[in-house]
Write a protein that binds this ligand. Structure first.
Ligand code: AMP
Length: 502
């Protein structure tokens, strides 16, 4: 008996091969019959390219229905899916590929010349947003009847890179059962039912759009309206046909600001879900006032998938992330791992079938983030009510979340510190009406008389980093505030510059 996530999903495909799985705003429909055949062809192509059990397949491609097929085909071939954000620059991609050593790499066709050299010995394919490129071409004539490679529950299904405060990214190893157990739990607690239509406007290189949204739809055997990105106009046009939407908080603030958005558009909707960053209570309330619907906030992370959710039936309390998912245990502990009483604030720890097995080739880092009894230390600061309801109060690791994307200050600081005229820097997130938080750099010049120019620092950051990590503003200070232990006091910086974007 195989515990492959692909087999679990396939068992639930609708009997009618003409049933729609993905519909694009342009009217293109991808049916479940096509998913069955195309993933068979692609899995065969990967196998012929040498992808065997446990081999990584990296995808650095734009969002498209074919990219979802690639994800499923990798599972079917017994491989390990490794999606990367297309915003990454060559330097960043070189690190990921060097670390993960994929057997095959799928690029965007337009990036082929620039980065093919980074692929090393991996087999290279291309996939464009329109489904063009060598991946689909080379598989077109292959036999779709491909026996899926059996996988055990603990076998790796995906490697998702997250970052650390040291600036080095770590690959979170996720097994078939990590993903399957989480998808089954979410499918159940969010009441997925026949005929549900999910509006999908999230990126698919991240756990939210790839696993939470897509796997729920697949387990439900139903369809999704698939947008390349979040565009309020398009969302408003398609909402009347959807029943469920999953989004980051920025989606909801943008909808609220959009003149065309109103209650009438939500007539068919049964559920709006938010996560990946804190949803402001203010946004929750404004959304409910406008639409009559309370956004359901949930909480999770790359390493664990989803951990908690507000209830489908019952109070969805603004500013809280609800209760532990079925089979998932949550507790709040102090730095030494002592479990705290209800109402006390500490670091949230989690144990359950959703929790990853460790960081790729980093046993020490893995060991440092797990307690002896198997609980994973999330690094999120939280407080749990006596009935188990969780509120996330902050982030222990100073992670910045800008427009739903995680930015680790250290990585940006390293780039800024390299620039001429910079002695040191501190990168913080400041409240921003659109992005939630805006990446901001505070720079100490080598020579007070001629501080580096903000524009040239921003330009240098753009060269080295994905756009969402680039500071939106740069401030100059004589010295960074530090505590007695020599640690930069980022809270003081946040306080000082807090109104910069309001
Ligand atoms: P990622 O690994 O990209 O999914 O980011 C995970 C981090 O996002 C968590 O560790 C939290 O800090 C944050 N996060 C996710 N969902 C929420 C939420 N509903 N409220 C507050 N923070 C959240």
């Amino acid at each position: 008996m195989s515990d492959s996530l692909f087999d679990l999903i396939r068992e639930r495909f609708p009997r009618d091969p003409e049933a729609s799985f993905i519909e694009t705003p342009g009217g293109r429909v991808m049916t479940y019959g096509e998913v069955e055949e195309a993933t068979g062809r692609l899995a065969r192509l990967l196998a012929e390219a040498g992808v065997a059990k446990g081999d990584r397949v990296a995808a650095i491609v734009e969002k498209s229905p074919e990219a979802i097929l690639l994800y499923l085909a990798v599972l079917r071939a017994g491989g390990v899916y490794l999606p990367l954000n297309t915003a990454y620059r060559a330097q960043e991609i070189a690190y990921f590929l060097g670390d993960a050593e994929p057997r095959a790499v799928v690029w965007r066709p337009e990036a082929e010349a620039e980065i093919a050299a980074l692929a090393g010995t991996a087999k290279v394919f291309t996939l464009g947003q329109a489904g063009d490129g060598s991946l689909m071409d080379a598989s077109a004539d292959l036999d779709p009847d491909f026996q899926s490679v059996p996988s055990a529950a603990d076998d790796l299904a995906a490697l998702l890179y997250t970052s650390g405060t040291t600036g080095r990214s770590k690959g979170a190893m996720l097994s078939h059962w990590n993903l399957a157990s989480n998808a089954l739990a979410l499918h159940s607690i969010w009441g997925f039912r026949p005929g549900d239509v999910l509006l999908h406007a999230l990126p698919i290189f991240h756990t939210h759009g790839l696993f939470v949204a897509t796997n729920c739809v697949l387990l439900n055997g139903s369809s999704m309206l698939f947008l390349n990105r979040f565009e309020p106009d398009l969302v408003c046009r398609l909402l009347p046909r959807a029943t469920v939407m999953m989004g980051v908080p920025t989606f909801y603030t943008r909808l609220l600001e959009h003149p065309g958005f109103d209650q009438a558009l939500c007539g068919n909707m049964r559920l709006f879900i938010s996560g990946s960053a804190p949803l402001l209570e203010e946004t929750h309330r404004a959304f409910e006032a406008k639409t009559g619907m309370a956004i359901l906030e949930r909480y999770g992370m790359t390493e664990t998938g989803m951990n908690s959710s507000n209830p489908l039936e019952g109070a969805r309390v603004p500013g809280t992330v609800g209760y532990a998912l079925p089979e998932v245990e949550l507790r709040v502990a102090d730095e030494d791992g002592r479990v705290l009483a209800a109402g006390e604030t500490g670091v949230l720890e989690v144990r359950g079938p959703n929790v990853f097995s460790g960081y790729w080739r980093q046993p020490e880092k893995t060991a440092a983030e797990f307690r002896a009894d198997g609980f994973f230390i999330t690094g999120d600061v939280a407080c749990m009510a006596p009935d188990g309801r969780v509120s996330i109060v902050g982030r222990a690791k100073d992670l910045i979340i800008s427009g739903g994307f995680n930015v680790y200050p250290k990585e940006v600081e390293l780039v800024i510190d390299e620039q001429a005229g910079v002695r040191e820097s501190a990168v913080i997130g400041l409240p921003h009406p659109d992005f939630g938080e805006a990446v901001t750099a505070i720079v100490v010049p080598e020579d007070d008389a001629c501080p580096p120019e903000a524009a040239s620092l921003i330009a240098a950051a753009k060269e080295a980093l994905a756009n969402y990590k680039v500071p939106k503003q740069v401030f100059v200070m004589d010295a960074l505030p530090r505590n007695a232990m020599g640690k930069v006091q980022k809270n003081a910086l946040r306080e000082r510059y807090k109104d910069s974007f309001s």
